[in-house]
Design a binder for this molecule. Structure first.
Ligand code: ADP
Length: 275
């Protein structure tokens, strides 16, 4: 699978094409919604907790739509320049380097800005003109305005669970995107996903999902976020490698999600009750 982040901006765009169909189990009608949004040139916001399938879904859709997928993991130092591009000194000369967003616009790719609220405010401003009828990106340093071809799409992800008043998407940004809500898949589907991705059998996958669901109920009792599908898969992978199921669950579920010893103890009790 070939998702690349902004550090790989030197790569030719073909490198961002996903050649093999990613394994993705639709949970609702998200595939139809995304396809309709793409056809109508609408930008998309994938909302949901970490590890709930947003990135995998993007890979799957990019594969279906046969478009390159350029993914940028946003962080607090990410600037508009990082996205748009910059001049770099090469030997005696200065060369322009497209940033991932410019590269996506030029090549009609799908640009996925993961955890967009993490980025600095000026970064958000640069995506605005791409998200309305103008569909353009100003490249001030080159004195250019690029118009996005119809194949280009902008997608962002956003985890409502993490947001504080300081870090939140402003309405002026939110209202530029249609939103698809993600959550952990229902148990019946999550069981198949965990079995497929980790290699454990369906019975063990079912037990892991059951533990995950019970831990998720703790969310209202001090846990910031429930255990993700990703962590259930991690536990499954360790078990598949021969680590004892109890230990695998402790180190892949109980320990990562909280540092609170009381909560860890309660989670361990859930694990011991099922495995
Ligand atoms: P997010 O981007 O929301 O943080 P990911 O897409 O990385 O989460 O999901 C974590 C892992 O969970 C994926 O690598 C994949 O193995 C699995 N996964 C979650 N949901 C699905 C799904 N609906 N179909 C297939 N795999 C899934």
């Amino acid at each position: 699978m070939s998702t690349k982040c902004c550090l790989s901006r030197e790569l030719p765009v073909e490198e961002y094409l996903i050649e093999e169909e990613p394994y993705y189990v639709p949970v609702g009608n998200e595939v139809e919604i995304f396809t309709a949004a793409y056809k109508n040139l609408l930008p998309i916001n994938l909302k949901g907790p970490t590890g709930s399938g947003k990135t995998r879904f993007m890979e799957y859709m990019a594969y279906r739509l046969k478009r390159p997928l350029i993914t940028v993991a946003c962080h607090e130092d990410l600037t508009a320049t990082d996205l748009v591009g910059r001049f770099l000194i090469k030997g005696d000369s200065v060369e322009w380097n497209d940033g991932p967003l410019t590269k996506a616009v030029k090549n009609g790719a799908i640009c996925y800005l993961d955890e967009v609220v993490e980025a600095r405010k000026d970064t958000i401003v640069v995506i605005h003109p791409l998200t309305d009828d103008r569909r353009m990106i100003p490249i001030d340093k080159l004195g250019l305005i690029l118009r996005a071809p119809d194949e280009f799409m902008l997608a962002i992800s956003y985890n409502p669970g993490y947001q504080s008043a300081v870090k939140d998407l402003k309405q002026s940004t939110r209202q530029r995107f249609v939103s698809i809500e993600f959550d952990y898949p229902p148990a019946r589907l999550e069981k198949h996903i965990v079995a497929h991705e980790s290699g454990v059998d369906e019975k063990m996958a079912g037990d892991l999902v059951e533990i995950g669901q019970r831990i998720r109920n703790f969310k209202h009792h001090g846990l910031e976020e429930g255990v993700s599908t990703r962590l259930l898969i991690y536990a499954g992978k360790l078990i598949h490698e021969g680590i004892s199921p109890r230990e695998a669950c402790r180190i892949a579920m109980a320990r990562p999600i909280t540092d609170n010893p009381d909560l860890q103890k309660s989670i361990d009790e859930i694990i011991y009750a099922i495995l």
